[in-house]
Design a protein around this ligand. Structure first.
Ligand code: OGA
Ligand code: NI
Length: 351
């Protein structure tokens, strides 16, 4: 039975004066790097201006070496980024009981709660989130904001629209760097012909409250995203870190108006392993809370299978992954977590 000290509601983390044992992580020296408070950043993911004439090459290099980059000149109005940020603040500022009214059900991904990956970790994470899935958020918003429902739905719709366009644009450019086009993706042609949009999406609002012992806490544990790509807007507080083999954990310093993009597992599959699905996590802070908004751009809707693009695989291969639908992939991910890509890898690919 949990002790009284352990009985904490994630909706009130910011008010705790000590770090409960269930939130205390055993971190090694290499693990425990906190985001720097000064400008002394050793290296970081590239910042790419989307208007740069060399944009395709720059994106391709960033995807190959890091699986992540930041983008400037992306065309998303600052006012829209501000609106989504203040929508998030309005929600997370609510009393815990109100937030819990929007709690996710056992089955669904959408709704309020602790990070979904919590299942795979012994210790709890210092964050709360609201997952906004296509189709089901309207009812949630009606519960959360009975009066401002229309306004907040409008903001999310606009955000989704803008992000979807940006994601498609990035997809085209990044594929260009591999010498292929969207037309080489079998399912993309089908989706285009049927007039439906390219893929589903999920928006996740993350809140990392102030933490009495950030050195020993974890906002969001190391993971890869189970989508094609993620576009992240982080408020002006750092916390996001990406993992690079030679460098260890590298902090992504926030730059006003700049968005972070990372490759997800599905893009890793599409690229036949050419682009790493970058491992990343979020650390927390003693004095400032942090909000981030992740737009996870999914695979094709329905039962369409994703597989390495045949033009990238080439006539002799090897083709590293078997075809998989997004829903099947998610099922595997939430069974075996960081072994999901291995689980769909074609076993004798090196032969
Ligand atoms: C995520 C994520 C990072 C952050 O939501 O998948 O990795 O900085 N977020 O909040
Ligand atoms: Ni992530």
């Amino acid at each position: 039975m949990p002790s009284i000290n352990e009985d904490v509601s994630i909706g009130n983390l910011g008010s705790l004066q000590t770090l409960p044992d269930s939130f205390t992580w055993k971190l090694t020296a290499a693990d425990s790097i906190l985001p720097p408070s000064s400008a002394a950043v050793k290296e970081s993911i590239p910042v790419i201006n989307l208007s740069d004439p060399e944009v395709t090459t720059l994106l391709g290099n960033a995807c190959k070496t890091w699986g992540a980059f930041q983008i400037a000149n992306h065309g998303i109005p600052q006012s829209l980024l501000d609106d989504v940020e203040s929508l998030s603040k309005t929600f997370f500022d609510m009393p815990s009981e109100r937030k819990l009214e929007a709690a996710s059900s056992n089955k669904g991904v959408s709704g309020y709660g602790e990070p979904r990956i919590s299942l795979f970790f012994e210790k709890k994470m210092w964050s709360e989130g609201l997952t906004i899935a296509d189709g089901s958020y309207r009812n949630q918003f009606l519960t959360i904001w009975p009066r401002d429902y229309t306004k907040y739905c409008g903001i999310i719709e606009e955000y989704k629209g803008e992000m979807e366009n940006l994601a498609s644009r990035l997809l085209s450019c990044i594929l260009g760097s591999l010498g292929v086009t969207v037309d080489d993706i079998e399912w993309a042609q089908k989706t285009e012909k049927s007039g439906s949009k390219m893929g589903q999406s999920v928006i996740r609002l993350n809140h990392y409250p102030v933490c009495p012992e950030p050195e020993r806490a974890m906002g969001l544990a190391a993971h890869t995203d189970s989508c094609l790509l993620t576009i992240l807007h982080q408020s002006n507080m750092g916390g996001l870190q990406v993992f690079k083999e030679e460098s260890g954990w590298v902090t992504v310093e926030p730059i006003p108006g700049v968005l972070v993009v990372n490759i997800g597992d599905l893009f890793h599959i599409l690229s036949n392993g050419k682009f790493p699905s970058v491992v990343h996590r979020a650390r927390v802070n003693r004095t400032k809370s942090r909000i981030s908004i992740a737009y996870l751009w999914g695979g094709p809707a329905g039962e369409v299978e994703i597989s390495p693009i045949s033009k990238i695989v080439g006539p002799v291969g090897p083709c590293l992954y078997r075809p998989v639908t997004w829903s099947e992939y998610l099922r595997i991910k939430f069974e075996v977590f960081d072994k999901a890509l291995d689980a769909i890898r074609v076993v004798n690919a090196t032969n």
